[in-house]
Ligand binder design. Sequence first.
Ligand code: GLV
Length: 383
Amino acid sequence: VPQGLFDYIDGGAEDEITMAENEHAFRAVAFRPRAGQRVESPRLNTTVLGTPVSLPVLLAPCGLIQTMHPDGALGVIRAAQKSGTIPVLSTFSGIPPESVASQPGPRWLQLYAVDRHMAKDLIDRAAASHFDALVITADSPTMGKRERDIRHTSISAGPISLSTALRMAPQVLLKPRWTARTLRTTISTLTTATLPGRPHGLRPDSATTTATAPPLPRPSEDSETPLAGNASPPLVSPFTWEDIAWIRDLWSGPLLVKGILTGEDAVSSLDAGADAVIVSNHGGRQLESAPATLRVLPEVVNAVGTRGEVLVDGGIRRGGDVVKALALGARAVLIGRPYLFALCAAGESGVERILEILRADMARTMVLLGCRSVADLNPTWLQ
Ligand code: GLV
């Protein structure tokens, strides 16, 4: 793939401290194994919000997957389903929800919205296209500063300007196979909104505005009259707790809030009607110096108690990392970069392969630990 697309996947915000910390946090945790157990086939299956999965590793919502390989988003969904897990389609995956409506098996939709008009449109379409659950991303009121993207001009969904095309020309010319494949692929944005970071300001729809709760603001509407030299970034998807409660009333299926890093925010998510939270710092792509997700997982698990489920993503690179997250109370994890690299390299079968690698590594870790089932994992399996 062109350098810009590789960096979109591989990179993070600013100095990539949080991105690196996510992985370090897993490395810093050691197991506390039990000898003498003879575990033959450890059970890796569980349920996530009532949906059975054969492996507690879900595919995180990721933008632009349609451009990464001709198998695209549909290939990712098929691979997840063949592997017995749940794919989460991003608002900006590059295909509309309708295009997977006839696909069997569970799937979730991730939601970004610049205003309630866009939110309602996507929620209605998610329901009509048989998505099982909705994932609200709460960590992206604006986009993080990804300097690799600035340097190499990441590919965006939506119209590519002439200057972007010219800046990208050398990278694209170096990757003729990708270019030929991608020119045959249709990339569409889900709504009239553009990729986060480039909002063009949807008009608020008065029909969806209620007297009791104000709508998500238009980019710029929320701010005071700009001061000279005002450096405020554009608001992209500024969900408030009131917006999440409003979405709860519109969506009858399971609702998750992604991007939670404190016990207080986990409780606010549940109070707004969420069934689960995803502990996430967006793979270190948003707030630089946000904490590593594994380090805050116990705080969130403790705050949620039995009121909901807790999932976690960020830095999971090995089956053993999945085991560590589950031992600290996660119901399941999500992976992003590992399956995107697999998708770029080998399409749908690459995504299946990465899930099989994680499954085999998880099973080996469980046998070596002496633990029979993911249901038995708890903090006593860690130092
Ligand atoms: C979108 O969510 C991104 O991280 O690029």
